[in-house]
Design a protein around this ligand. Structure first.
Ligand code: GLA
Length: 723
């Protein structure tokens, strides 16, 4: 059983195939964390609950001598003797906000329940996970807390979240409620995070933990381009293959905070959850509040293995719907080909030419609705612009379908243009606060998704278009951050609920769409990859990784994205930019979902031939990339000349190795050791026919000195296991 309660030690032991996590109930029912790390098969427990106190400055519980200031608290609260960053703060009706929860009971069951209204990971069958609910209570505020731990043994994953229930007879206010809190016994770690901005998303940043508080957050109303809701703690010196690594990823698309604090004992506390600075939540008597879920993985096999654990788990237990397993159509998107300047004939021409290349779907991007011919109008007016698309949408879709392509469409449902019929009819529907003119972003306002009447209106407009037309794909965009955060409907004491209510509103609308139209493939987008988070993966199995389609810039974006997000999710297109030839552009895009973002009528015959061949390769290797294990071999963040990576099929029978030269090296000497193969098996180089052992490919490696190439060149080599 993955979860066991030991009455003698008063411990809960949560085991995955390669990790163990131990919680103990101590004196006065304090809950402490005894261990999280490599699997321990027995039921002995480390003695971890006593640490040096800060002399007379550390408060102690007068009845039992327990000092929360120095104990490894399982779920830290504010104001009751623990001065580190806290995971929970409740303000009761008289304004006090000292919070102190103590153990009161537990339940263990097979499987895992959904979180009402919030996307989360799931079990395909009950045997895949076991869940522990620990109950804890603050007797003074009346807050009853449930700590949830769902253990997915096969993936070395523990999914965590909490619920706060108001068991008092008065109102209470949640000032902070983090999804995860973890106290580790030392601070010999590097903090890895993913920072960026529009067109430069998810750069890998690694820094040594220092005493004090450090971490990342977003207050932009979305998970953001700027910091991703992912952090890892990697043992000092850990690399792609070696060392202890803890990975944390929040299944949430709104404001978040992921912090680590190293204290005077040189221990480390990690907390991850909704950003407390832009949040509070009022609970009436009897009501409860659920946090989003945080995914936690541990491995002793380095950063690469941490990523593969996330990838496998997300492919199997987060991404859902028809296209979780069914092969997704390869698409051409009209944006970089035409921007706002298209009509039905132009789109049909794209479809005709794209079909010849092996493309399976045409996506009509921004500009098809209202009277939108630039980014200054019509968001919110979700009816087709018949001046542009003469003959209507149904007619256009039929023409595209007749060319043998599916049809997809672009939406930006959470926005409203000041110049729109919707805004003129409902000026109070935009996000704003009383008496202030809201800021514009890309000439648009954000629509108030916290309001059900607003969501119902957008839903009805979308339902009409989607139910009347053969639309098989939606690109769901979100092109600005949220300033002037407020909803006119929220009363004074609930104003700080806005951001979370906005996220819940978006989830509600997305949920209505995916359940009503289960055959539509959703691709999430936010000015590229501004909302690339696990929650969005619950609705859209793929996410447009960046508006930057330059293949060299993409190497950085794709390496960073792959820290926790699988290749199956990574929207990657070939565009007409000219930093490299089409071969390299395709080889880089084949790391992700692969698609085209260009005008196919402009391609030369030679370019079209390259793309056609690459598309064949893409189709042939779909499963290998979509389901395979990724090995990052040479990182562009560490090597100025080149990047290399490898996909290995789950049964280790086939591998695809890609090398891209970012900058020609003078007198290169290049040996690359492959990874993830069977050492005793033999593998045949698909191109040369040479047969080499897995052990040789992984230990001696491939001498690619003569393949290292000119700037912008790339090479792909396949190896197949010989029976
Ligand atoms: C965003 C997206 C682009 C495109 C435009 C349309 O920037 O990232 O791919 O859809 O919006 O306005």
């Amino acid at each position: 059983m993955p979860i066991n309660y030991n009455e003698k030690n008063k411990t809960f032991k949560l085991d995955t195939e390669n990790s163990s996590y131990i919680i103990q109930i101590c004196e006065e029912n304090y809950l402490v964390n005894l261990y999280y790390g490599a699997f321990i098969p027995d039921s002995c427990v480390p003695n971890r609950s006593r640490r040096a106190t800060n002399a007379s400055f550390s408060p102690v519980n007068p009845r039992c001598g327990f000092s929360p200031d120095s104990a490894p608290m399982e779920y830290a609260t504010s104001g009751a003797g623990d001065f580190r960053i806290s995971a929970l703060e409740i303000q009761n009706s008289n304004g006090d906000s000292v919070t102190d929860i103590r153990y009161s009971g537990y339940k263990i069951y097979d499987g895992k329940n959904e979180i009402p209204m919030i996307p989360s990971s799931y079990v395909n069958d009950k045997g895949e996970a076991q869940t522990l609910e620990i109950y804890a209570k603050d007797e003074v505020t009346g807050a009853a807390v449930t700590l949830y731990y769902s253990v997915f043994s096969k993936y070395d994953v523990i999914a965590r979240r909490i619920r706060v229930t108001n068991d008092s007879s008065e109102k209470m206010r949640i000032e902070r409620a983090f999804s995860l809190c973890l106290d580790l016994p030392d601070m010999n770690f590097d903090l890895i995070s993913l920072y960026g901005c529009h067109a430069k998303e998810r750069n890998i940043e690694r820094r040594r933990l220092a005493h004090g508080i450090q971490g990342v957050s977003s207050r932009r109303g979305s998970s953001s381009h700027n910091q991703n809701p992912f952090i890892a703690l990697a043992q000092n010196g850990a690399d792609e293959e070696h060392g202890d690594v803890y990975g944390f990823n929040l299944v949430y698309s709104g404001n978040f905070s992921a912090l680590a604090e190293c204290d005077f004992n040189s221990t480390t506390r990690v907390i991850m959850g909704i950003d407390p600075d832009t949040f509070s939540w009022e609970l009436d008597s009897g009501e409860f509040f659920d946090t989003p879920e945080a995914i936690m993985v541990y491995t002793s096999f380095g950063i690469g293995e941490m990523s593969r654990l996330f990838h496998r788990f997300y492919n199997n237990n987060l991404i859902r719907g028809r296209y979780k397993t069914e092969k997704r159509p390869l698409l051409i998107n009209s944006w970089e080909a035409a921007y706002f300047d298209f009509d039905a004939d132009k789109l049909v021409d794209f479809a005709k030419e794209a079909k010849k290349l092996g493309v399976e779907m045409l996506v009509m991007d921004d500009g098809w609705f209202g009277k939108r011919n630039n980014d200054c109008s019509s968001l919110g007016d979700w009816y087709v612009n018949e001046d542009k698309l003469k003959g209507g949408l149904g007619n256009l879709i039929k023409r595209v379908n007749d060319e043998g392509l599916k049809f997809g469409i672009w939406y930006e449902p959470e926005m409203i243009s000041p110049d729109s019929e919707l805004f003129r009819a409902h000026p109070d529907w935009c996000v704003h606060v009383k008496g202030r003119e809201p800021m514009l972003g890309r000439n648009q306002y954000v629509i108030d998704m916290s309001r059900k009447d607003v969501r119902d209106n957008i839903w009805e407009q979308m339902y009409k278009v989607l139910s009347e037309n053969n639309i098989e794909y939606i690109k769901w965009d979100f092109n600005r951050n949220i300033s002037d955060a407020g909803s006119v409907l929220l009363p004074h004491e609930r104003k700080k609920e806005f951001f979370h209510r906005f996220a819940l509103g978006t989830y509600d609308l997305m949920n209505r769409l995916v359940t009503t139209f289960p055959n539509i493939l959703f691709e999430n987008c936010s000015g590229g990859g501004g909302r690339y988070d696990p929650a969005m993966l619950c609705y859209s199995p793929q996410i447009w990784a960046s508006d930057n389609t330059d293949p060299i810039d993409r190497l950085y974006i794709q390496f960073g994205t792959s820290m926790c997000y699988p290749a199956s999710s990574m929207g990657a297109h070939v565009s007409a930019n000219d930093r490299t030839g089409y071969g390299t552009k395709c080889n880089v895009a084949r790391w992700g979902t692969f698609g085209l973002e260009l005008d196919p009528t402009y391609l030369t015959d030679e370019e079209a031939d390259i793309i056609r061949d690459e598309i064949k390769e893409y189709h042939k290797n779909y499963e290998l990339v979509n389901r395979g294990d990724l090995y990052r071999l040479i990182s562009p963040f560490e090597n100025p000349y080149r990047a290399a990576w490898q996909f290995v099929s789950p049964d280790k029978s086939r591998t695809m190795f890609t090398l891209v030269t970012m900058r020609k090296e003078f007198r290169p000497h290049l040996i690359v050791k492959l990874r993830g193969l069977e050492p005793d098996a033999y593998y045949k180089n698909e191109r040369t026919g040479e047969v080499l052992s897995g052990a040789l490919l992984m230990n001696a490696g491939l001498d690619l000195t003569n393949t290292a190439g000119q700037t912008g060149e790339s090479t792909v080599i396949y190896f197949d296991k010989v029976e």
